[in-house]
Design a protein around this ligand. Structure first.
Ligand code: ADP
Length: 449
């Protein structure tokens, strides 16, 4: 960060420095040129007056070092030049300063001299005899000023470097100090504070992530608590039938059972192991749903046929409880996981039979609307008390534990239904009246193309 700040300041300093250097150089140069011209004008006038009074003798006596004096006759031939050999010089009638002097008495110009191979400024005066006396001076080019300036430039550059190093250290400290002092656990305390104004978006992002992390953490904690509870419940649920089985087996082993009791004992062992099998099956179902299925495993199926199968497998149990199951509807194509759809219908119907009254009814109805498919499982059973309607979908929650156990319930059926409905984006509605019956309606949204 410090390096970047330094670089930025240094680049800005160099750019500003160079720009102002060129600007000052330009102004200085134009001023300098102006002064040169003015001097030249004065000099040339003096030379002119001298020549008028003293003629060639006067010029010879001058012997100028920095100036060049040229005497041009009215036809343009050069009769004297203080620097060049007049024999090698061509006719000067075309020189602008000469033409101007011939016309108005005075002329000046600035150009590259062919004779001296330098840029010159010229000032020319016409003499009373019609000839022209010209004084010129080497015009210093702008770049020629740079070497003279190089030392102060270098000085300023070094000074700039030192100053920018100092500024960088200060600026970097000022910028990084408040950032380093931020307490990421409580970023909201810096809101609206002057020294944190620029980093407020960052603070808000940190705060947002903090709250997200917090909710993630509590979700993880909740999930782990649910898992712990679930494991404890499963162990407990498994222990009861296992104890019963080992108890009956022990009695049988020790020959403590009368011959006529062997059959009911064996039947109890079978019931208990059946309960265990059901529990394990339900756990497997839940675990599968917990792991989440991708839509890739979805297929087109018929909800009506699935319901037919589920009802078929419950027929014996229904007859035993003296409950009649009916199915209304027709072929209903649906996209989903057949196994989960089966679990939904099966568990709802299983409950509708289990928590029914002798001579009761279970009516399963499947209807397909323009936007949704409805599966209704309606019974004439014992009903569900208002305060338990939310909780019955929790794992291992039972309204009447002994009744559920007697009926071979695991306490997992409705949580499987809820979970499977969720993966199908379906919602569940429940209508119930204690003593009269319940209706579970699962509403599947239809896929929109
Ligand atoms: P269970 O294996 O005990 O049936 P569920 O999760 O399927 O477990 O159901 C939870 C509880 O909800 C049941 O123990 C029962 O008390 C109540 N319940 C579920 N369905 C019905 C219903 N159709 N009528 C009355 N009570 C029901």
């Amino acid at each position: 960060m410090k390096r970047r700040i330094f670089k930025a300041i240094w680049v800005v300093a160099i750019v500003v420095f160079l720009a102002s250097f060129l600007f000052i150089l330009g102004i200085g140069y134009s001023y300098f040129s102006d002064v040169q011209f003015r001097h030249l004008r004065d000099q040339s006038r003096l030379v002119k007056e001298g020549v008028i009074l003293g003629g060639q003798d006067y010029i010879d006596s001058l012997d100028p070092i920095n100036y060049r004096i040229t005497w041009i006759q009215s036809d343009g031939t050069v009769s004297y030049d203080s620097r060049a050999d007049i024999n090698k010089m061509n006719n000067h009638a075309d020189r602008p300063e000469f033409i101007q002097a011939m016309e108005t008495g005075y002329g000046e110009s600035s150009r590259f001299s062919d004779t001296l191979a330098e840029r010159q400024i010229y000032s020319a005066h016409r003499l009373p005899d019609g000839s022209v006396i010209r004084v010129s001076f080497t015009h210093v080019a702008m770049w020629a000023l740079i070497p003279a300036f190089s030392q102060p430039i270098l000085g300023v550059l070094i000074l700039g470097l030192i100053v920018s190093l100092f500024i960088t250290a200060q600026v970097a400290k000022k910028i990084t100090e408040p950032i380093n002092e931020i307490d990421p656990d409580n970023p909201t305390q810096y809101y609206d504070r002057h020294d944190y104004k620029e980093v407020e978006p960052l603070l808000r992002r940190i705060a947002h992530q903090q709250s997200q992390l917090k909710s993630d953490r509590s979700a993880i904690e909740r999930a782990s608590l649910i898992r712990q509870e679930f494991t404890a419940n499963v162990s407990h649920e498994l222990k009861t039938p296992l104890h019963a089985i080992s108890g009956y087996a022990e009695l049988l082993e020790k020959g403590m059972v009368r011959t006529e009791d062997i059959q009911p004992f064996a039947s109890k062992i079978r019931t208990e192991s059946g309960r265990m099998t059901k529990l394990v099956e339900d756990i497997i179902d839940l675990t599968r749903l917990d792991n989440g299925e991708s839509e890739a495993t979805w297929e087109s199926c018929d909800l009506y046929r699935i319901a037919e199968n589920a009802i078929d497998s419950l027929e014996t149990a229904a007859e035993a409880s003296n409950v009649e199951i009916s199915l209304t509807g027709g072929s209903t194509p649906i996209r989903g996981v057949p196994q989960d759809l089966y679990s939904i219908v099966y568990n709802l119907c299983d409950n509708a039979v289990k928590y029914n009254k002798p001579g009761g009814r279970v009516d399963v109805t499947i209807t397909s609307g323009p936007r949704e498919i409805r599966l209704s499982v309606k019974d004439t059973g014992i009903g569900i008390p208002e305060e338990s309607r939310e909780r019955i979908f929790e794992r291992f929650y039972r309204v009447d534990k002994s009744r559920s156990k007697k009926a071979g319930g695991t306490g997992l059926g409705l949580s499987i239904v809820k979970h499977a409905a969720l993966t199908h984006r379906a919602r569940i509605e429940l209508k119930s009246k204690v003593g009269e019956g319940s209706e579970f309606i699962v509403i599947f949204p239809k896929e929109r193309d």
